[in-house]
Design a protein around this ligand. Sequence first.
Ligand SMILES: O=P(O)(O)OC[C@@H](O)[C@@H](O)c1c[nH]c2ccccc12
Length: 261
Amino acid sequence: MILDVIVEDKKKRLKEHKARTSEEQMKELALVSERKSISFYEALAKPGLSIIGEFKKASPSMGKIEMTMELMDRIDEYNVSVDAISCLTEEDHFLGNTDYFKEIRNISPLPMIRKDFIIDPYQIYEAKVIGADCILLIAAILSDEQMAEYYKLATELGMDVLVETHDEEEMGRALKIQPKIIGVNNRNLKDFTISLENTKRLRPMVPEGTVFVSESGVTTNEHIAFLKECKVDALLIGGAFMLSEHPRELATEWKNLYNEK
Ligand SMILES: O=P(O)(O)OC[C@@H](O)[C@@H](O)c1c[nH]c2ccccc12
């Protein structure tokens, strides 16, 4: 199963990272970091649809993504049309890294989420050090204890957390920690099939006041209309923006479509 492969590769990468900067050092760097986080939560909680625009160079489902524009130009467009940025830092399957993250951090005033497969507190300290405002915790790869512990650690470091779920069981486990932001991934990370029905099915489980994010597979106006019926607070969109030569227009069009009465 691909998710297992990604997590195994992550463990190897983690060893490399720890060999360069020890956990003790990374923790110290995180604790002395003076950067004040920008609220990811607020960016999504405000009235109307919010969009998290993602930057990624590849993915297991899309393969290597041909760049339709320079990184700078893309982020300039995101800066004026979306509410937050997601940047993949996973190296082996998404060709991400922490340097891209920092590069984007330097040219964007928007809150940013570090998108990775977090399985160790080290990555949370590292997220803080590279300037992340939020981290992703994927219920499918974490125990209840890990989810609770990592959520707390990120919060203590001043970051928000997007807890990602994919089915009822994961949603039930995630809700136990009462996260401020919860996401439903429409893509099954075990076999990559996409179903927006996931959002529809799990949406009623989420208590009012919790920010709800629908993630992945959003590519058409029909999808936007469908998700509007589900009443989401935010969408996480990657592929459609990466393949577009005009991500700003697309984001603006979809927001207008969603927000019109
Ligand atoms: O490119 P898409 O289908 O618009 O999806 C974006 C985002 O939801 C997806 O990249 C994602 C959602 N959860 C993840 C967990 C790990 C890696 C990637 C992801």
